[in-house]
Structures are given as structure tokens and as C-alpha cells.
Design a protein around this ligand. Structure first.
Ligand code: NAP
Length: 303
């Protein structure tokens, strides 16, 4: 079974190169003909791991290819997910399996709603990778990927392929709880690092802001039926701030590089859910507004 991978960026590249070097069939789906031409000129995807670079000449095509797709790893940003899947829809088999690597929440549900017969598997990853240049991916941080379909216990058989490829993973029937917990950690840390223009450790100077947000986020998680994800949230946020004190958050890095953020699927999603649940979360709403104004002032999309 071929692994079709849409998006030859950081995570897509990390998955594609590891699957390919384990001898599994992989095909990349690139944005357009110009990306395909640049990819062919590069001779493939380069993975830099522990300082050692390896080139992988993985087959690639655009969405306009002909072959039907049974298994798709969707490795684009959350804001590109729905459009990317719509473009590929004519090639997806009715019972296709999609693995959705997007951060935050909202994009996965939109994709799943657009393909009611497909099996959509959500993923939450703590692996870290970045693009050093086009088609050159650096494996920056070892981590783990949780995969699952809410309430579905038996894992798909192809998990053995991830094992063979050395991709650390675990199947979970409670994937929404994981995604919500990660979203809450992100909401408590990332926007503040952007607004205060600081590394994660810089939030030690804003303990009350952090504590207030954690309190509201825990209320939201409980109201959304994710009580477990609310447990000890503040303590974990403080641990993350300490453990990653020297790092810039992903949202800070996006803004610093003038890149679009995934705000709509993180803080934006939290605020939309709070509103739908009839919750008044003043600090979260105020943070969202401040962040949107901050982004708009820098010419970046507010959603
Ligand atoms: P990325 O480096 O920006 O890669 C995304 C790739 O998708 C880009 O190559 C982009 O092409 C491509 N793409 C977008 N729309 C496409 C389309 N319609 N057809 C073909 N290709 C398309 O992003 P990433 O860092 O891998 O992040 C992917 C998701 O994983 C995000 O939700 C992120 O939050 C999450 N995540 C990332 C990491 C990490 O360490 N990087 C860790 C955990 C979670 P262009 O270059 O042409 O835009």
C-alpha cells in the first residue's frame, strides 16, 4: 500500500524519508508543477539527522496525478488542510484512510466532514522538524506521535509499518483529549510569547497572566467534555515554561519570520468553542483580540 504524503515540508519530509528508507512505497504530492520541477532539480528530499544529511529520491507528483489514493498522510498546515483535501478528493477511494497531522483543532473536523466515508485518523505529535531550505528537513527534536480515532480501540494494521520505519508512535482511542491538552498548553504559552516578544522562559515574568489563562482554559476543557485534559494544566504549563525556557515558541518563530500562524485552530478555536458553550472567558477573549491586532499590525493574517 502506497503512502501518499501531501506536503513535503517539515513533518511531511520527516515522515516520507523515514518510511522510504524502511523500503515502504511513498509518493509525495507537491503543490504545483513549479514545486515538482524544483523538487526534481533537488534530486529528492534531504533529511538531516544528528548532523548527517541523507538524500532520498522519493517519487513525487502533483494533485493532478491519475492513480487512486487509499492512504494519505496530510502534512500541510491546518489552514491549508481543507483546500488540499478538496483538490485531491477525485482521487481518494471512498474508503480511503487519512492521517491528519495538523496542530490544534478544527481543521481535522472540517476534513472529516467533507469526506464522510473516509477513515480520518487524527494525530498529535511532539516531534520537531524544520525546513533548512526547500526539500531539506532537519530532524530537530525526538518525540512521539499519538494517533487515533475517537472511541476506536483496534489500531490499523499499518502501525507495524511505522514501527519498521522507526517512527515512535502509539494508538489511542482518546485522541481528542490529547489534542485538547496540547491546544490548551499552546494557548497558555504561545500567544503570550508573541505579545511579550520573549522566549518561553520570559513568561516567568508574567505569572498572573499565565495562571489566569490556565484557569479559564481548564474551565473550557471541562465544559467541552475533556475533564481529564484539564487536570494539573497550570502545573504542566509551568513545567513546559521551565523545560523549554531557552526556546522560542512555534508561534513566535512564525511571526518573527513573517509567516502565517495557525491561530484560528489554536486560540481562535478555543474562543469559538467557549462561545458555543456559552462560557464567558474574558482573559482568553482579550488575549485573542490582542493577538489578532498584533498580527494585523504586522501585515499577517488574523485567522
Ligand atoms: P511546513 O513545514 O510549512 O510544511 C507544510 C507543507 O505543506 C509545505 O511544503 C506546503 O507547501 C505544503 N502544502 C500546503 N498546501 C499544499 C497543497 N495543497 N498541496 C501540496 N502541498 C501543500 O509545515 P509543518 O511544520 O510540517 O507543519 C505541518 C503541521 O504539523 C502543522 O499543523 C504543524 O503545526 C504540525 N506540527 C509541526 C511540527 C514541526 O516540528 N514542524 C511538530 C508538531 C506538529 P508550500 O511550501 O508550497 O506552502
Amino acid at each position: 500500500m502506497t503512502w501518499h504524503i501531501l506536503g513535503a515540508g517539515s513533518l511531511g519530509g520527516l515522515w516520507a524519508t523515514r518510511l522510504a528508507r524502511a523500503g515502504l512505497p511513498v509518493r509525495l504530492i507537491l503543490r504545483d508543477r513549479s514545486a515538482l520541477a524544483r523538487y526534481q532539480a533537488a534530486g529528492g528530499l534531504t533529511l538531516v539527522e544528528d548532523g548527517v544529511a541523507s538524500l532520498h529520491a522519493i517519487a513525487a507528483e502533483t494533485a493532478q496525478g491519475e492513480a487512486p489514493i487509499q492512504r494519505l498522510l496530510l502534512a500541510c498546515k491546518a489552514y491549508d488542510a481543507e483546500a488540499a483535501v478538496a483538490e485531491l478528493a477525485p482521487r481518494l477511494r471512498p474508503d480511503a484512510e487519512l492521517i491528519l497531522l495538523q496542530n490544534g483543532l478544527g481543521s481535522q473536523q472540517a476534513v472529516a466532514a467533507s469526506l464522510p466515508r473516509a477513515r480520518c485518523i487524527f494525530a498529535s505529535s511532539t516531534e520537531g522538524a524544520f525546513r533548512e531550505s526547500d526539500f531539506r528537513v532537519v530532524y530537530a527534536g525526538r518525540g512521539h506521535t499519538w494517533l487515533g480515532q475517537e472511541g476506536v480501540t483496534p489500531p490499523p494494521q499499518w502501525l507495524a509499518e511505522l514501527q519498521a520505519a522507526g517512527i515512535p508512535h502509539q494508538w489511542t482511542a482518546a485522541i481528542l483529549g490529547r489534542l485538547w491538552r496540547k491546544l490548551a498548553l499552546n494557548c497558555a504559552i504561545n500567544p503570550l510569547t508573541v505579545l511579550h516578544d520573549c522566549r518561553n522562559g520570559g513568561l516567568r515574568d508574567w505569572p498572573q497572566e499565565v495562571a489566569g489563562l490556565c484557569e479559564e482554559l481548564a474551565l473550557l476543557l471541562r465544559a467541552a467534555g475533556q475533564a481529564e485534559a484539564a487536570d494539573d494544566l497550570h502545573q504542566e504549563v509551568l513545567r513546559v515554561i521551565e523545560g523549554t525556557a531557552a526556546n522560542y515558541s512555534s508561534m513566535h518563530q512564525d511571526v518573527a519570520h513573517g509567516r502565517r500562524t495557525e491561530i484560528a485552530y489554536l486560540l481562535g478555536h478555543a474562543c469559538r468553542e467557549a462561545q458555543a458553550l456559552g462560557l464567558e472567558l474574558a482573559q482568553l477573549q482579550a488575549l485573542h483580540l490582542r493577538l489578532r491586532l498584533y498580527l494585523a499590525a504586522r501585515g499577517l493574517p488574523e485567522t
